[in-house]
Design a protein around this ligand. Sequence first.
Ligand code: SIN
Length: 440
Amino acid sequence: MGSRETSDAIASAHTTFYSWSKLTASERSKALRKWYDLIISNKEELALLMTLEQGKPIKEALGEVNYGASFIEYFAEEAKRIYGDIIPPTLSDRRLLVLKQPVGVVGAITPWNFPLAMITRKVGPALACGCTVVVKPSEFTPLTALAAADLALQAGIPAGALNVVMGNAPEIGDALLQSTQVRKITFTGSTAVGKKLMAGSADTVKKVSLELGGNAPCIVFDDADIDVAIKGSLAAKFRNSGQTCVCANRILVQEGIYEKFASAFIKAVQSLQVGNGLEESTSQGPLINEAAVQKVEKFIKDATSKGAHIMLGGKRHSLGMTFYEPTVVGNVSNDMLLFREEAFGPVAPLVPFKTEEDAIHMANDTNAGLAAYIFTKSIPRSWRVSEALEYGLVGVNEGLISTEVAPFGGVKQSGLGREGSKYGVDEYLELKYICMGNLN
Ligand code: SIN
């Protein structure tokens, strides 16, 4: 598909907006709830499809189906709680009201690393608010998107309310940006593409929300519970083989615990099973494509040429194709690509630090600001550091923090707006002020 099909989809979304947005909140809620039920009753098939097209291990794929479905369930409920306001008037013969209304047609551009959840986290609140949507899934994972859309149709969500276009990505993107009928762009993906979409939205002054790249620090203090820190940093680093925007990208370890942490962490990483995602024992699948492997290789070469040392792995896996060995790199410093940019692969750089101030400084020394993790047993320190970190999400003694009930999103160049939670609907609503005068 290209510009013509995208324009057709926009036209269909635009026509359907007038009927979908006029339904009662309860009617939209029921349709979303049915979609949720259908996703759950087809979860094995969806997970299988996801593992086949994306490569993530089947257990993780099943986890993503539940995670993805949870946004539909949550926003089916939230649809009924989109309240306006009544403002105390400044003149006695007036009444001042605030209505919340859907923004209109939404263009949603989603990535391959969460082929279902990144769609439902956008489409769930959009449909709940009364918007209609044109989704462009990643060209690497279109099948999960189509399967989810088919289930939406079966649930009674009208064809025009949820449209999926795939194919020529630049043409589709341009058609969405240029259309005056598309009133909002929501995107999850790289910071570079996010900036282009933001610039491209300026011409038609669209509302924009962006969930972009991260460079998550995972700070392990001397006073951490080592078992909790190992479990949490392993989960934060190796989820989806390191291919998430919230993956720990730099593991900052305080000097007093560095050696002990490094040897326990290496042992834990050695236990990760690389292989075919359809095998139950596999915990690490392949990377998405050859370019992803080459990026990891470039980062490793850069780090070793500047004095880092490979403590484990550091090369392509013997399985070949796009499998890469789970890797631990020691003595990483802030002049290396591994420190400065997202590796998006199964590589854990260990960075030693001396003081709490040093750790905060190193953690914030980046344009990214999505997720950060800290491990400490000190309650005052966990407050101090959480508040000092320039990030949208902070995990304290926990490496897996995403949930439909909490706001997800970044600061600085990691994005704009929040997804999920009660705040997630704000991105799909406009406020309308109504002043009723001469009431006496
Ligand atoms: C992402 O990597 O973009 C999303 C991760 C999550 O929802 O936890």
